[in-house]
Design a protein. Structure first.
Lengths: 394, 189
């Protein structure tokens, strides 16, 4: 049973039809029991009618022109910076982006994430390209070692600090005039031929100062960004130096060079081998130009892998050391053979060619080298007989 | 006359779907169905025509920019008027006008019997009702409008104005009492 106040409180909702069924029944029962309640119902109905009449006085399209104009203006203003509700000034492009995404926090997060992603991609791409360039230039093997030139005749030469500049074709490389620190690799300077002073005396062996075409080609390969990891370099890029100009390393120098070769192969991507230690450099500085042997990565890596390669490494050391005879011809050829032996994946010299080479060694008086070559040859071709020259010399 | 029965939620949902695709015609159709109701609500809420038009504009833009925010949790008009109410509050705050608080706790209003509505009904002078409504506090005026014009339930009005359904019932009863006093003071009783 409703009280009079409950009836008055429920009456507006009774008239707009939003009461629950139970409440509606209670109000109807009240009206049946209290006929004076009809007057209140009619007053409320009149109030409702008066409120609803107001809508007829409002134009049908009220606000339409304004909102359409705002929409048009909003689309154009999206291109301009405008303050957000947080008081920030939103970049025009970002604002349009956010508007396209529907606005709100999610849209903001998506827009900012996209910006961060694009920026990160650009930074990573630049870093990757820089690293690729650095690796490529570091692998350039076009270095020709020269002895220390006479300091009085040498004008100051610009030192090359960037590895990328060391691979220039047609450059000469010389050790820095300052003596290197003990235990550290010497610093070399590269002087392009175009920058060499004309009055500079030509080296005794000009060819030894220049990069051979094969080295130049390797340098180009090394700097080529399109060079893939799987590509194998041919083991032929050797500095062309006349055999007479080759230094005769003392005992142990080859061992040092070989061990340094292995270390450098593990620690650096540089394929250049044979750089002398400061002591060695001092020994050969006043001698003749020394050639720098450039080996492919495959040769360097294979040196420390298998027993077979250990054998090859020993032959490499023998060949590189030039123990047999300093006057033996084709020292470069020996090194080439050594490099080939160090890289068993490469094709070895043809059988007949090898025999011919041993004969040449014998003719040149390189008995030890010929014996060594024969031992190596016999390992691979045990059925072959020793050449008569070898037997005769024995 | 535009009434709640003339604009069902199914039609609103269809129009919102088209608006989501950028259909401006759908927006105009939706706007014409609700603009006068929003305007009148805002006018009852803010008293001035200019403010009411600004609230109408802001509410319409909200529907255009974020049509996907209506999830059908309530009736569409309840949702729209809730937006309009928030826009009106923001407008009042920007202009340094704080919303009037209800005078006293609705539960503290003493019960009176007999009701003065009988006298109002007898005088039949409803012309003064609108003037008396203007004198009501903003929240009570809004509730009167929503209950008598929009025919919304207590729960729906409470969702719009941000209070409990029982409080809405109390606010409306207080508003009617004040209107009685207003009409009596005007000699209309």
């Amino acid at each position: 049973v409703l009280s009079a106040r409950d009836f008055e409180e429920l009456l507006p909702w009774y008239l707009n039809g939003s009461l629950t069924e139970r409440e509606r029944i209670l109000v109807a029962d009240y009206l049946k029991a209290h006929p004076e309640g009809d007057a209140r119902v009619q007053w409320n109905a009149s109030l409702r009618a008066r409120v609803k009449e107001e809508v007829e006085e409002v134009p049908q399209d009220i606000g339409l022109d304004r909102v359409l104009a705002t929409m048009r203006r909003g689309s154009s203003e999206a291109h301009d910076a405008r303050p957000t509700r947080h008081g920030w000034v939103m970049p025009a492009g970002l604002g349009a982006w956010v508007a396209l995404l529907g606005g709100g926090r999610v849209a903001w997060a998506a827009a900012l994430a996209s910006v961060v992603l694009v920026a990160g991609t650009i930074v990573m791409f630049n870093a990757h390209m820089h690293e690729r360039l650095r690796q490529s230039t570091a692998s350039v093997a076009a270095v020709s070692q020269t002895p220390t030139p006479p300091p009085t005749d040498q004008p100051p030469q610009p030192a090359i600090a960037q590895a990328g500049e060391t691979g220039k074709v047609g450059s000469t490389v010389a050790p820095a005039s300052a003596p290197p620190m003990p235990g550290r690799l010497p610093t070399y300077r590269v002087t392009p031929r175009s920058q060499q002073p004309p009055q500079q005396p030509a080296p005794a062996e000009p060819d030894a100062w220049r990069l051979s075409p094969s080295i130049a080609d390797l340098g180009k390969q090394g700097t080529s960004p399109n060079r893939s990891e799987g590509e194998r370099s041919e083991p032929g890029p050797i500095a062309e130096a006349p055999a007479e100009t080759m230094p005769a390393p003392k005992d142990g120098a080859a061992e040092v060079a070989s061990s340094r070769l292995t270390k450098r192969g593990a620690a650096s991507e540089s394929p250049t081998i044979g750089l002398p230690t400061p002591g060695e450099q001092t020994k050969v500085a006043d001698a003749r130009p020394a050639a720098v042997v450039t080996a492919p990565e495959t040769a360097r890596r294979s040196l420390t892998q298998t027993d077979e390669r250990e054998t090859a490494s020993s032959s490499t050391r023998v060949a590189m050391s030039g123990k047999s005879n300093t006057s033996c011809p084709s020292t470069n050829k020996q090194r080439e053979d050594a490099l080939r032996a160090a890289n068993p994946d490469q094709l070895v010299r043809a059988q007949a060619e090898w025999i011919e080479y041993i004969k040449q060694l014998l003719k040149a008086g390189c008995r030890d080298a010929a014996d060594q070559q024969w031992v190596e040859f016999h390992k691979k071709y045990p059925d072959e007989k020793a050449p008569p020259e070898l037997e005769t010399s024995k | 006359m535009v009434g709640t029965s003339e604009f069902d939620d199914a039609l609103a949902a269809r129009l919102l779907g088209r608006i989501r695709q950028g259909d401006q015609r759908a927006f105009v159709e939706l706007f014409r169905a609700i603009n006068r109701r929003i305007f009148l609500f805002a006018k009852h809420r803010l008293s001035t025509r200019e403010d009411a038009e600004e609230v109408l504009n802001d509410t319409a833009l909200e529907l255009w920019q974020h049509p996907d925010r209506f999830r059908g949790d309530s009736r569409f008009m309840t949702y729209v008027l809730g937006i309009a109410n928030n826009k009106a509050i923001s407008l009042l705050r920007r202009r340094g006008r704080c919303e009037e608080e209800a005078v006293g706790d609705p539960e503290d209003v003493p019960d009176e019997d007999p009701t003065p509505l009988d006298a109002l009904w007898r005088t039949q002078k409803l012309a003064g009702i609108a003037d008396c409504m203007e004198r009501l506090p903003e929240r009570q005026r809004t509730i009167v409008y929503l209950a008598y014009f929009e025919d919304l339930s207590r729960e729906e009005i409470g969702r719009i104005v941000g209070c409990e359904a029982n409080a809405v019932r109390q606010y409306l009863w207080q508003a009617l009492r004040k209107m009685r006093d207003c009409l009596a003071a005007s000699g209309l009783q």
